[in-house]
Ligand binder design. Structure first.
Ligand code: ATP
Length: 234
């Protein structure tokens, strides 16, 4: 497995947000975490990227225990993240934002820049425009593009479809699949469970800080409990 989290517990003060989550992501997979608001999806991603400390448990990446590794080292190790809320630099141009994603690399990032522009032609058209003047959907694309500039082995995506117009939602899921086809492993957090399960290989269902189900994504699309709780189904 490329990424493994083992029995992780995470607290905000006295509040236990994660109560022993165990999950893994294999090389080349798209794995999705689904669950209601507050289930712990965002916290799981933040803990993997090093933004939240572990109370207990372990995180292993690419064969090494990274539980105590600082966040920027995890980026260097190959963990890329496009955070919820996007976090782009509003005063910088689109291209400068993308270049920031490659700041820690010692090699020339022009190949990745061309790939990002190929994946997101909109960013190429707007490369000289200030990031802050882009639409919500464009900023989301920019955040994903910036994460790709670091050449991640795994890309952590937090609600990439949030706030997007329906047409763009479809587009973003197609792009995530394409990124995966190009060799990037993906761990995807989504409210939009239907679409996430359609592109994922495997999925974990989180409830109040615990994993309550884990299965191939296609099985969960047919699971009556999952349909009733998360897919607005019968
Ligand atoms: P959402 O989709 O709403 O982001 P989520 O599944 O990502 O939900 P988390 O954001 O990980 O859930 O939250 C897990 C738990 O931790 C919730 O009970 C939440 O209230 C709590 N929590 C999250 N962030 C904080 C914080 N900064 N301070 C205190 N509690 C927090």
């Amino acid at each position: 497995m490329l990424l493994e989290i083992e029995d992780i517990h995470v607290h905000y003060g006295k509040i236990a947000a994660l109560k022993g989550i165990t999950a893994s992501v294999g090389q080349g997979e798209i794995v999705t975490l689904i669950g209601a608001n507050g289930a712990g999806k965002t916290t799981t991603l933040k803990t993997i990227s090093g933004l939240r400390p572990l109370t207990s448990g372990a995180i292993r990446f690419d064969g090494a225990d990274i539980s105590a590794m600082r966040g920027h080292k995890r980026v260097l190790a190959g963990i890329g993240q496009a955070p919820e809320g996007r976090g782009i630099f509003p005063g910088m141009t689109v291209e400068e934002n993308l270049q920031m994603g490659a700041y820690a690399r010692k090699d020339d990032p022009s190949k990745e820049l061309a790939e990002v522009y190929e994946l997101f032609p909109r960013l190429a058209e707007r490369k000289s425009q200030a990031g802050g003047t882009m639409s919500g959907g464009e900023q989301q694309m920019l955040a994903i593009g910036r994460a790709l500039m670091a050449k991640p082995k795994v890309l952590l995506l937090d609600e990439p479809s949030m706030g997007l117009a329906p047409m763009l939602v479809q587009q973003i899921f197609t792009i995530i699949q394409e990124i995966n086809r190009r060799g990037v492993t993906v761990l995807l957090v989504e409210q939009n469970a239907q679409q996430a399960l359609q592109i994922a290989h495997r999925a974990y269902v989180l409830e109040t800080g615990r994993v309550v189900k884990s299965a191939p994504a296609a099985d969960l699309l047919d699971d009556p409990e999952v349909r009733a709780a998360y897919l607005g189904g019968d």
